[in-house]
Design a protein around this ligand. Structure first.
Ligand code: DQA
Length: 157
């Protein structure tokens, strides 16, 4: 049972390769393992998730817009689009749903081009460097943000 709308967990390019992709950087967990961790975390908190991955920027934008209509909160790992996509920033700013940015690695500690994030200015907060565990932390933060938003709305009405 869930009092809030689902948390949409959105994943960008190359994250479908997790498990075999640069394991020294991203760990050995597959995206399916991470999905299971997110479902378990949400379930423990009485919430549900929608979990998606795409290699296409426009699809990620479509999913952010859909989350604006259908989600209580967003967890997003935009992967490389983090560092390149103004469309990502505009989409996150364009929806009235709290977003949590998550990265497996710590981009700020890597190549200089990874230091900038187009998601960060539109996110409630960012979690990076904790590997797969970061997704569990991000889902928990997202559920709390969605509940807080809902309580605010109920107080206002
Ligand atoms: C990533 C970090 C990005 O810099 C990179 O392009 C990715 C994965 C992470 O989860 O650590 O694809 O978002």
């Amino acid at each position: 049972m869930s009092d809030i709308k689902p948390v949409h967990v959105l994943n960008g390019p190359n994250l479908n390769l997790l498990g075999t992709r640069e394991p020294a950087v991203y760990g050995r967990a597959t995206l399916a393992d991470i999905e299971a961790l997110c479902r378990e975390t949400a379930g423990r908190l009485g919430a549900v998730i929608v979990f998606e991955q795409t290699n296409h920027e426009g699809v990620l934008i479509d999913w952010i817009q859909r989350a604006g209509r259908e989600a209580g909160a967003i967890v997003i790992n935009p992967a490389a689009y983090t560092h390149t996509s103004i469309a990502l920033l505009d989409a996150l700013k364009g929806v009235d749903v709290p977003a949590v940015e998550v990265h497996l690695s710590q981009p700020a500690a890597r190549e200089p081009f990874r230091a900038a994030s187009y998601a960060a200015p539109a996110a409630a907060g960012s979690i990076a460097g904790f590997g797969a565990m970061g997704y569990a932390l991000a889902v928990e933060a997202a559920v709390r943000l969605a509940r807080a938003r809902m309580a605010e709305r109920e107080k206002g009405s």
